[in-house]
Design a binder for this molecule. Structure first.
Ligand SMILES: Cc1cc2nc3c(=O)[nH]c(=O)nc-3n(C[C@H](O)[C@H](O)[C@H](O)COP(=O)(O)OP(=O)(O)OC[C@H]3O[C@@H](n4cnc5c(N)ncnc54)[C@H](O)[C@@H]3O)c2cc1C
Ligand SMILES: *[C@@H]1O[C@H](CO)[C@@H](O)[C@H](O)[C@H]1NC(C)=O
Length: 623
């Protein structure tokens, strides 16, 4: 009698949590699955770094790995927008309501609003699903420059972070493929150095079967104003401009994310990796009887209010991203004492750096009307839209393309930096650019909603193209702080964009540079109105007017980093150079929050690299 009651309770419990634990690779009897609550490793967050790390750790069949991922598996939803590269602009706008178009896979972060960007409340997209923000990003893949990478050695005192030492880890995650010019019809053609990609890892990187027609004239114009063509941004130098390699599948053109590590585990029928979906981590639990607190378990919730605790035999690794990793540390008692006390959280380890030193890149730029096809056409030509959607099914057409397919980096000389009162950035390494150019085919305007902005402007039956400029050597720093002691409440995000006067000067000069590019001879036959700038317009002319316009319209490039940074000591950071949280045992943080410093350009390469390196370090430490 009692036994069957227990069985009934177990079965009822299983039904209750069924949706949450579907699609994991452990093929065990359901009853046993419920009782396994101890793993060797627990990874919190199945995002870019976390899923890559968990995939690698579980290659060793001798260990068990659980991943707690708050989101779902987007591949189980045939209507997801994630898989279509050309839809990466959906739901990433600055307007908080824009997150709705991608609501299933977004956390709905909104900044607090600081003076540097006119106190606006800006929606800050973050992926909530397997793959994390790699399922939301613009797929641009390149590696940081050699001497910029070296700053990590200087900041951590650990020579293992040098470019040469980490290059194999950059390479390991990827399998690459070159441009197929017969489909791309790119002119000038994309250049590609296969030697930069000797790896055979699960994440696919290469070139879409469609080049944005605006990118050719843009590249020629950049060349004309002094930005040469680069042939390879993944071997230690990023200066110059090129069609970027992007993280997409060679076979079908779909977006490639860190989910590829999970797919590999499924294909291998690995029984030692369990990805638990819709599992929101609430707190790390410590054994405080030892000489130092030791991380031993994670409390989490499943839908319907189900509460769980999962134990780790060896280590717990937090990979919840630049906003939620510091949040999880703080609610677990590690962080600035004032903040913890304000939320009645007992202080386990005081560390004033948790959630601080947030770095990010911002971008902005002018828009002109052009006579080449751009994504604006998707919005104003239903025949083109239908044909393009059909073409994507056979890995062709505009939807295979990530939209911003051409990027360039420029380093300014000392005389110029002095002349714009930006001398402070002169201390950066010689290969660290101040600005990045990104092609923006379409009407971007105030970034509020890239889709509706194009529909509205597209009603005029014109085509628009923008040139975005990003500040990639920013001095401004922001923060992540608690709003409550519960991870169900998002933390407060204050990026402090453009708080530094130097960043403001660089921004003004960068904006002017974008105008110079549009004024190049090579752009003449592409522009349809010789004397008009459609956004913000030539009446925005003086430095003050330009800065005011930038503050009003700038957007994050979504590169938040360094909020739990690796450093030499707890006085300057949160983690040692091997990702270990200062002051406790068996706890690491591996994601963009752990970067000692945000490097120039796009960080997903760095997220994969650190995950690969962390996997090796963790395996070696737990032999
Ligand atoms: C719109 C957009 C465009 C971008 N464009 C590019 C680009 O073109 N190229 C590039 O290199 N980079 C780009 N980036 C940046 C890049 O994608 C991120 O820097 C990177 O993905 C961050 O990886 P991560 O591992 O730190 O965090 P994430 O990938 O965000 O992973 C964090 C994971 O943790 C989960 N999580 C959070 N809290 C909890 C919790 N309490 N419990 C359980 N799970 C939790 C989340 O759901 C998520 O899956 C872009 C980002 C965005 C959003
Ligand atoms: C420095 O850059 C400015 C602006 O691009 C340029 O006009 C000048 O010639 C450069 N000076 C040197 C010494 O290279």
């Amino acid at each position: 009698m009692t036994r069957s009651l227990i069985r009934l309770a177990v079965v009822a419990g299983l039904f209750a949590s069924f949706g949450a634990v579907t699609a994991h690779p452990v093929e065990e009897p359901l009853e046993r699955r419920q009782t396994i609550d101890t793993y060797d490793y627990i990874v919190v967050g199945g995002g870019t770094s976390g899923m890559a790390l968990a995939g690698r750790l579980s290659e060793n069949q001798g260990v068990t790995v659980a991943v707690l991922e708050a989101g779902t598996d987007y591949r189980l939803n045939p209507a997801n927008l994630v898989d279509t590269p050309g839809m990466d602009t959906f739901g990433v706008g600055a307007d908080p309501t824009d997150s709705i178009t991608n609501g299933l896979y977004d956390w709905f972060f909104v900044t607090e609003g600081e003076p540097g960007y006119d106190n606006r409340k800006v929606h800050y997209a973050r992926g909530k699903c397997i793959g994390g923000s790699s399922a939301r990003n613009f797929m641009l893949y390149h590696r940081p420059p050699r001497n910029a990478q070296q700053t990590w050695v200087d900041l951590t005192g650990d020579s293992q972070w040098s470019f040469d030492r980490v290059l194999p880890y950059y390479q390991k995650s990827l399998t690459a493929f070159g441009p197929r010019h017969e489909f791309r019809k790119d002119n000038p053609p994309a250049q590609y150095n296969p030697a930069a990609f000797p790896g055979t890892g699960p994440v696919s990187v290469g070139f879409p079967n469609y080049a944005q027609p605006f990118s050719g004239p843009l590249l020629n114009s950049l060349n004309e104003v002094g930005v040469p063509t680069s042939t390879d941004m993944s071997s230690g130098n990023i200066l110059g401009a090129q069609y970027s390699t992007i993280t997409i599948e060679a076979s079908n053109g779909k977006r490639a994310t860190s989910r590829s590590f999970y797919q590999q585990a499924l294909d291998d029928k690995r029984t030692n990796l369990n990805v638990i979906f819709e599992a929101l981590a609430k707190k790390v639990v410590f054994d405080t009887t030892a000489s130092r607190p030791k991380a031993v378990a994670v409390e989490y919730t499943l839908p319907l209010g189900i509460k769980k605790t999962i134990k780790a035999r060896k280590e717990i690794i937090i990979s919840a991203g630049a906003f939620q990793s510091p949040q999880l540390l703080m609610v677990s008692g590690i962080g600035p004492a004032d903040q913890l006390k304000a939320q009645n959280i007992p202080v386990l380890v005081q560390n004033e750096n948790v959630g601080q030193h947030m770095q990010d890149h911002v971008f902005f730029g002018p828009t002109y009307s052009v006579n080449v096809d751009t994504p604006t056409k998707e919005a104003n030509d239903p025949v083109f839209l239908a044909a393009s959607l059909a073409a994507f099914q056979i890995n062709q057409g505009i939807f295979t393309n990530n939209v911003a397919d051409l990027i360039g980096f420029e380093k300014w000389n000392s005389t110029f930096l002095d002349s714009i009162q930006a001398s402070q950035v002169k201390s950066n390494p010689s290969d660290w650019p101040e600005i990045e150019f990104l092609s923006g085919p379409g009407f971007i305007g105030d970034f509020s909603n890239l889709v509706t902005n194009n529909i509205v402007q597209g009603l005029t039956l014109q085509q628009f193209a923008s040139l975005l400029v990003a500040i990639v050597a920013p001095l401004s720093e922001g923060s992540v702080t608690l709003k409550s002691a519960d991870t169900s409440d998002l933390p407060a995000i204050r990026p402090n964009w453009l708080s530094s006067p130097v960043d403001q000067k660089v921004a003004i000069a960068a904006f002017k540079r974008a105008r110079q590019v549009f004024a190049a001879n090579a752009m003449k036959s592409t522009r349809t109105k010789a004397t008009i700038e459609d956004f913000p317009g030539f009446d925005v002319a003086t430095d003050d007017q330009i800065l005011a316009s930038i503050r009003k319209n700038l957007m994050t490039v979504w590169h938040a980093a360094s909020t739990c940074r690796m450093a030499k000591s707890p006085q300057t950071g949160v983690l040692d150079s091997n990702f270990r949280v200062f002051g406790v045992d068996a706890l690491r943080v591996v994601d963009a929050s752990s970067f000692p410093r945000l490097l120039p350009g796009h960080p997903q390469a760095v997220c994969y690299m650190i995950a690969e390196r962390a996997a090796d370090l963790i395996a070696a430490a737990n032999k």
